[in-house]
Design a protein around this ligand. Structure first.
Ligand code: FES
Length: 302
């Protein structure tokens, strides 16, 4: 955990504020474009937000938060109650959406999905790649950082306003890409689904705010052996691995509890996990809030 102070709360679009969080105890942990942090709010909720400032600035983090009408208390608290001067604990940055090297990029953002893509676009341009951004929103007034993007990146950025122009033509955008282009997309589920259908010939990387609807067979109980502590914990059929470990006193951090943020990762060293997350667990890791075991037991490095 890192201690920060809320230095600025600033509207950056209709229903969106940007937070500038200054490190309270000196420089903050470094991060790469695409990373996010967990904010532990004074109302005890933990929420994940992409870092959208300058990775070279170790003194402060910037995030942007849309006021979600269906807020479960996170964005609502930030918009209604969070003031400058408040101390706020933030996690170390975690990156499930890293920028891979390529000669050409297309970044596709929908609304608040612009946040991880802002530093990615800057990094791609600085690396000398051909980089373009297709930024989709209902109206310009609802699109955070639209003015800054046009001022800094000019014709690399194309704004697409759905209120007046309907859905963007992803097929035309895909046809204009070279064979080595990478596509990075972040936004609402409908947009990500459309991108998946169209950019199938390119290497496409998505970041989701919400899990994809999927069906799994009913969970079965299994044992998890914790190699370092020498303990074995039974995970009930109706219980998550995360809850079982926490109830056993092995404290595992968590954020979304939906398999999209990565906070609850644990190293697996034996058995076969059944991955149910939407991040894409790298070899040797699993996300304990949603994932379970295919084998009768697992061994984890806890
Ligand atoms: S708590 Fe977010 S992936 Fe598990």
């Amino acid at each position: 955990m890192q201690r920060t102070i809320v230095e600025k709360v600033e509207p950056v679009a209709e229903g969106v504020v940007s937070l500038l969080l200054r490190g309270a105890d000196g420089p903050l942990s470094s991060w790469e474009p695409g990373a996010h942090i967990d904010l532990t709010l004074p109302n005890w909720l933990t929420r994940q937000y992409s870092l959208c400032g300058d990775p070279a600035d170790r003194d402060a983090y910037r995030v942007a938060v849309r006021h979600d009408r269906l807020s479960r208390g996170g964005s609502e608290y930030i918009h209604l109650f969070l003031n400058t001067g408040r101390p706020l604990d933030v996690s170390l940055p975690r990156n499930n959406f890293p920028l891979r090297p390529a000669p050409e990029y297309l970044f596709v953002a929908g609304g608040i999905g612009i946040t991880p893509l802002l530093p990615m676009l800057t990094a791609a341009v600085e690396a000398g790649a051909s980089a373009r951004l297709l930024y989709v929103g209902r109206s310009l007034a609802t699109m955070p950082f639209a003015g800054d993007l046009r001022a800094v990146h000019g014709s690399r950025v194309r704004m697409h306003v759905t209120e007046t122009h309907g859905r963007p033509d992803f097929a035309a955008a895909a046809a204009a890409l070279g064979p080595e282009a990478l596509v990075y997309c972040c936004g609402p589920t409908t947009m990500l689904d459309a991108a998946e259908a169209v950019f199938c010939a390119q290497r496409l990387y998505l970041e989701r705010f919400r899990p994809v609807d999927k069906e799994f067979a009913p969970g079965e109980a299994f044992d998890v052996h914790c190699a370092r502590s020498g303990r074995t914990v039974r995970v009930g059929a109706e219980e998550s691995l995360l809850d079982a470990l926490n109830h056993a006193g092995l404290r595992i951090p968590s954020g979304c509890r939906e398999g999209v943020c990565g906070s609850c990762e644990i190293p697996v060293i034996g058995g076969e996990p059944e991955h149910r997350d939407d991040i894409g667990a790298p070899p040797g890791l699993m996300y304990s809030c949603v994932s379970r075991a295919r084998s009768s037991d697992l061994t984890v490095d806890l």
